[in-house]
Structure formats: C-alpha cells, structure tokens
Design a protein around this ligand. Structure first.
Ligand SMILES: Cc1cc2nc3c(=O)[nH]c(=O)nc-3n(C[C@H](O)[C@H](O)[C@H](O)COP(=O)(O)O)c2cc1C
Length: 376
C-alpha cells in the first residue's frame, strides 16, 4: 500500500504550490523513518566536563533560568520550529505551545510560508500565541521566500500573526536542492535580507535546518545585520535524508543519499558562532538531552534548540507528554550543573571542558586553542 506521504509527494510533484501538504509529508517521514545523520555526528560526544565528586551544592537550589530576547526562561531551551500550515499541525502546535507556557521555555513555529499562500491555515499558527500568551515565540520564514521578493508588509504579517518575540529566517540550500520543487534561485538574497532586517525592529535570527553555518556564513550573517544565530548543525535530523525519502524521482533521491551527511557539525558551528558573532547564539541540531544542552552552554551558546524529539512526544496527543519530556531534560541539565559545581547558567558557561576526537581536529584546523577550554 502506498504511504500517505508518497501520495502527497505525487500531488506536490504535479502541482507546485502544496506547501502545507509537503509539511505534513515531512512530519510523517520524520516519525516513520530514521532520518538522523549516518556517519556525521554533532561533535557533542567529543566534549566532556570535569567531574566534581566533592560538589558543594544543593541540587534543587541550582538556578537554571536565563533571559533571551527579553523573556525570562526557566531553562535555556527552545523547541525548534517544526509545525504549522496544515489542519493537522494545528493540534501539534496546540500541544507544544501549551507545554511551553506551562514550563516557561521558548518555541519556534515552522515555516509560515503556507499562511502567506492560504488564509485558512493561519489558525494553525495563531493557536501558538493563544495557548502561550507569555512565552518566547519565534516566527519562521525561508530564505527562498526572501530571494523571491517577500515584502516588508508580508514580513510584518508573519510577525503579527503570532506576536513574535523574534523571527527566524531559515537558510536550507541543501534541502531545497534535494526537492524537485525546491527554491534554488537565491541570487540577491544577501541584500534583500539586509534590507528586510533593517526595516523591522523585531530581532531576526539566521537559522539553518541541520547542516550548520561555517565561518564564512557567520561573517555573511553578521554583514546582513542579523541579531542572532540558531546554528542547527549537522549530526541530528538530516534534511537531505528526509527529502531523499520523500521523492520518488531517482535524480533527487540519489542526490539526497549522497549528501545525507553534508554539513558543519553542531559543536564546531556553535564555537565558530561564539567566536565570530556578537549576538545571541542558539546551539542546535542533534541536541537530545539536558547534558547536550549543558555542553553547548559551556561552549558559548545562550540557549539550545531541540526539534525532532518533541515531534515524537506530540505523537502521544497530549501536552502532558511534552511537559514530561521538558521536565526530564531540565533534570538532566540540573545534574550537569550539580556535577560541575555550577550554581547557575552563568557559572556553567565558565567551567573547564575537555575537547577530544574529531572535534579537536576540526578546531585545530580553524586555529583554535583547545587548552583554553580546559584551563579557564
Ligand atoms: C517535522 C519537522 C519540520 C520542520 N520544519 C521546519 C520549518 O518549517 N522551518 C525551519 O526552520 N526548520 C524546520 N525544521 C528543522 C528543525 O527546526 C531543526 O533545524 C532540525 O530538525 C534539526 O534539529 P533536530 O536534530 O533537533 O531535529 C523541521 C524539523 C522537523 C523535524
């Protein structure tokens, strides 16, 4: 029997504007297949803390809160943008946003492009602000839409739709290149993005989707005027992989297989962002635990982002399952602080780190001093 996403994909290949059906196919593929990096890893496995057996703290008194985009969060965690733009995703967004409000973390919505194309799906985004009136909520649009001439008014409409505290522009050229209908005409993108950012007061975040940003990218991002970087590095969900599964056209399927592991690992991208960019840094891409969050914070991120694990929790059709996952991650982060003698997130940022393996090699290539992370 044909899977539903195959049917959806066929429809998309026949008709070019079914953005919301494509979003649904992505969700199904992520739930039904292993779409994680294969040989590539985030580099988080190469980062170790120094264990404090003599810790002199009360576990439950550790302060995990932080402030980001003028919102105080209970822990430095943002659910990365995934859903919206389809009736079905209305429900998912409702569960996620309810849990986010209850636990006081942040959340990004998925691409709002579908809502620009079809008024009927706006509600799947509006629901997020309804359920999370006080939370940090981040809007989302693709760089492809900017290259195609997204106007200032449309950009403002996206912000207003969810009363966004910040908005992410996702750069995903790898994913687009594997989509038969992908947006691969990106000439003029830098100048158009610069003008759009300049015309708006809401902070704008440069976000990848799982292939990370290089040193070159970070310099370009700075020039365009972005206030924040959400690195979404390689080693987690592979969007070349998702698209390879979605298409039945051999040219794109085989190309997706070839590029499945392409990208800058999350740890390297986070370190490069910290050293070469002055704004807010979100460490993300393959983050799977509170210990992973602790490592990224110690490497210089202001917060961490997690996507696919939260998609699995909403499968249980309740906000409670999402809350449970957030509580588990919170506890893991708390234990990392306890075992490194950090009373709060500011102290966690300064603890010694040991960097080994492939990541150590990559940092050396970039001329970075590894011993500085251990001796601080
Ligand atoms: C089902 C799904 C849909 C996604 N849709 C979007 C999107 O619309 N816009 C975007 O910027 N990123 C999107 N992403 C990418 C995530 O925000 C994130 O960058 C990526 O999945 C890597 O994080 P992970 O390894 O924690 O999954 C989506 C991810 C998933 C799993």
């Amino acid at each position: 029997m044909e899977t539903e996403y195959k049917v959806l994909t066929d429809k998309i290949e026949k008709k070019n504007n079914l953005t919301s059906d494509r979003k649904l196919a992505h969700i199904q593929i992520c739930l039904e297949h292993d779409v994680q990096g294969r040989a590539i890893t985030t580099g988080l496995e190469d980062i170790s803390f120094v264990h404090h057996a003599t810790t002199d703290l009360n576990l439950n008194e550790i302060d995990l809160s932080c402030e980001i985009f003028n919102k105080k969060l209970s822990i430095p965690l943002i659910i990365s943008g995934m859903t919206g733009g389809h009736d079905f995703t209305h429900k998912l967004n409702a569960f996620l946003s309810q849990a986010v409000e209850q636990t006081n973390i942040g959340m990004g919505v998925g691409s709002q492009r579908a809502a620009l194309e079809n008024d009927e799906v706006k509600e799947s985004f509006n629901i997020v602000r309804e359920k999370a009136p006080n939370s940090l909520i981040i809007g989302n649009i693709g760089a492809g839409q900017i290259a195609q001439g997204l106007t200032n008014n449309q950009f403002q409409e996206l912000i207003d739709m969810i009363k966004a505290d910040a908005i992410a522009v996702h750069f995903n050229p790898l994913q687009e290149a594997i989509q038969p209908e992908g947006d691969t005409e990106l000439k003029g993108l830098h100048e158009k993005t610069r003008q759009l950012i300049q015309a708006h007061s809401v902070p704008v975040i440069a976000k990848e989707v799982g292939a990370g940003f290089s040193l070159h990218d970070i310099r370009v991002i700075k020039k365009m005027g972005f206030q924040a970087i959400d690195v979404q590095g390689a080693g987690g969900t592979s969007w070349a992989g998702v698209e390879a599964i979605r298409t039945s056209l051999p040219k794109f399927k085989n190309t997706g297989e070839v590029y499945w592991d392409w990208g800058i690992p999350t740890v390297l991208s986070t370190i490069l962002a910290k050293r070469n960019f002055d704004g807010i840094i979100i460490g993300s891409g393959g983050v799977r635990s509170g210990l992973d969050i602790a490592k990224l914070i110690a490497l210089g991120a202001d917060a961490a982002g997690i996507a696919i694990p939260f998609l699995f929790t909403v499968q249980q059709h309740s906000a409670e399952a999402v809350v449970q996952k957030i509580e588990e991650i919170t506890y893991q982060l708390r234990v990392a602080c306890f075992l490194t003698g950090s009373r709060n997130i500011s102290e966690l940022k300064k603890v010694p780190l040991i960097i080994t393996g492939k990541t150590a090699g990559l940092l050396k290539i970039h001329g970075l001093d590894l011993s500085a992370y251990y001796s601080r």
